[in-house]
Design a binder for this molecule. Sequence first.
Ligand code: FMN
Length: 190
Amino acid sequence: MKKLLIINGSPRKKGCDARVCDEISALASKYGYESETVWAYDLQIGGCRACMACKSTQKCVQKDGMNEILDRIRTSDMLIFATPVYFNGETGPMKTFLDRMYPLMRMNPDRTVESFIGNVKKAAIVVCCGAPDGNMKYASIVTKFINVLKMFNVTDVSGAVIPSGNPDTVLDSSFCKGCLSQIEFQLQME
Ligand SMILES: Cc1cc2nc3c(=O)[nH]c(=O)nc-3n(C[C@H](O)[C@H](O)[C@H](O)COP(=O)(O)O)c2cc1C
């Protein structure tokens, strides 16, 4: 079975991002994926210390469980990064998570990038926010994740900002519907 790993950067287990991700999991199972979720807020991970040890080992020296998560990433076929907007950016734990993915890439002296992201071939970004015009205001957050994923040589990436702020109605949003149909398209493709 193919594997979808959802990294949810919201503290709210029943929030907007969670609702959208539940829909993504349901779609994924339709296309032969099993999905699991990592909640960034539940991890006890510290910030990247920039020690660079991972550049030769592809592992982190910090013994806080992140190496096990990196293994889960490497064995996934598709990743979903879901985060609320907190003051114009992703949440703090999501940013820490991204930084701790550093062992999965290496910039060579000639500026070429090597990826150690394993099976991952595609990804999607889900950004939920409260501002009604958030799709315009926060498009740069999606772009930032797309650029990070490019550093891992993952280029089949979709992404959307979903303005709503209300978990009970977020699925009705046209932005949410558009986001889900893009992800469904990615899931269908080999
Ligand atoms: C600390 C904090 C900062 C926030 N900052 C913004 C913001 O800058 N722009 C915005 O549109 N919404 C902001 N929000 C609202 C959330 O992005 C919004 O409620 C989102 O849907 C929450 O996602 P969740 O339900 O998945 O947790 C903020 C919420 C909190 C708690």
